[in-house]
Write a protein that binds this ligand. Structure first.
Ligand code: HEC
Ligand code: HEC
Length: 283
């Protein structure tokens, strides 16, 4: 087992950092002057992981990528926020309503990003922000759902995230969501694919190390959606999960699947206490 895991890492060429021990730098992130919580004490449920400090992915990026996030004019993800602002006010669907018809301005969404995924009592399900947006589109507006990890969905999530910028992530893990949270945790630690790697193999045991040329972070989602320089667009949480699972050469779950919803809840809870940073900038 141990031998297998080592060959997998050898295959992926994980190596210890040369320049800095521990990996995360000591810079501070202020967006338009507002300071973000990018490092803080790990939530109690992570005690068994050995991680005592949770760290935003921002700390693992190069200086020029980091600085793009500090100023909203330099953040390419903000273009999508403007587009979503138009969508917010656009009447669509058989009920002839826009988001604004019921919610007024997007400021009404303050605090929302920080607590999703969360339990919806009426539907009796754990809802991601994307599921809630689509519920409003289909059931309240009579409009078509956005494709789960599409550009318009990522843009709307970004507009909603901005309203909570700086607020600490605070998803509930007990009560009616407990079962889903446990399922997400199990998925996080399940080794998959030819390489037999779990999320934890990279983001818990090896953050701070390099994998190929990439500096491994804790795989936090407080910065989502993220604008990636690599594909020059906003990326959703489930889009990122899909890419990471694929890197282990495993079959992946699809965006919006119950498995990814559970995984999102669990991963979000590992970031409880970090600021909402979306849309963030990553490589
Ligand atoms: C016809 C009215 C209506 C329209 C139009 C509508 N919504 Fe909603 N929305 C609601 C209701 C009702 C709720 C549930 C309120 C509650 O219980 O918190 C809700 C809840 C939400 C929430 C969750 C808020 C929270 O506190 O958890 C989000 C996010 C949201 N809507 C986004 C949107 C977006 C984005 C659009 C446009 C694409 C939209 N809604 C269009 C009625 C509407
Ligand atoms: C083979 C190693 C590997 C595995 C296994 C892996 N990832 Fe990743 N992941 C990466 C790399 C490399 C990156 C890009 C650098 C970084 O942010 O860590 C990344 C990035 C991420 C990010 C973006 C972080 C940010 O700040 O934008 C998230 C979220 C993430 N991974 C979640 C997961 C989850 C959940 C799993 C398990 C399903 C997983 N990863 C499995 C290598 C891996």
């Amino acid at each position: 087992m141990k031998y297998k895991a080592m060959t997998a890492f050898a295959a992926l060429a994980i190596s210890a950092p040369i320049a800095f021990a521990g990996g995360a730098d000591d810079d501070t992130l202020a967006i338009d002057g507002q300071e973000m919580i990018t490092k803080t004490a790990a939530p109690a449920h992570m005690e068994e992981t050995g991680i005592d400090t949770i760290i935003s992915g921002w700390h693992f990026r190069e200086d020029d990528t980091q600085s793009m996030q500090a100023d909203t004019f330099d953040n390419p993800g903000m273009i999508a926020v403007d587009q979503a602002m138009d969508a917010w006010n656009t009447v669509e669907g058989s009920a002839e309503k826009s988001c604004a018809s019921c919610h007024e301005g997007p400021e009404s969404m303050q605090g929302v990003r920080a607590v999703y995924p969360k339990w919806n009592e009426e539907a009796g399900e754990v809802r991601t922000l994307a599921m809630q947006i689509n519920d409003c589109r289909t059931n309240q507006m009579g409009a078509d759902a956005y494709k789960y990890d599409s550009g318009p969905m990522a843009a709307m999530e970004a507009l909603i995230a901005v309203q909570s910028r700086g607020m600490p992530v605070n998803v509930a893990i007990d009560g009616p969501v407990a079962e889903t949270w446990e399922k997400g945790k199990e998925l996080y630690y399940t080794r998959t694919g030819q390489l037999e790697l779990s999320c934890a193999s990279c983001h818990e045991e090896n953050y701070g190390n390099y994998i190929r040329a990439d500096h491994l972070s804790q795989g936090q989602i407080n910065g989502f959606p993220t604008y990636r320089l690599k594909n020059a667009k906003l990326n959703t949480v489930h889009g990122r999960f899909k890419g990471c699972v694929r890197d282990t050469r495993a079959e992946t779950y699809s965006p919006g699947s119950p498995e990814f919803v559970a995984l999102e809840l669990y991963v979000a809870s590992r970031g409880n206490g970090l600021s909402v940073e979306g849309p963030s900038v990553r490589n």
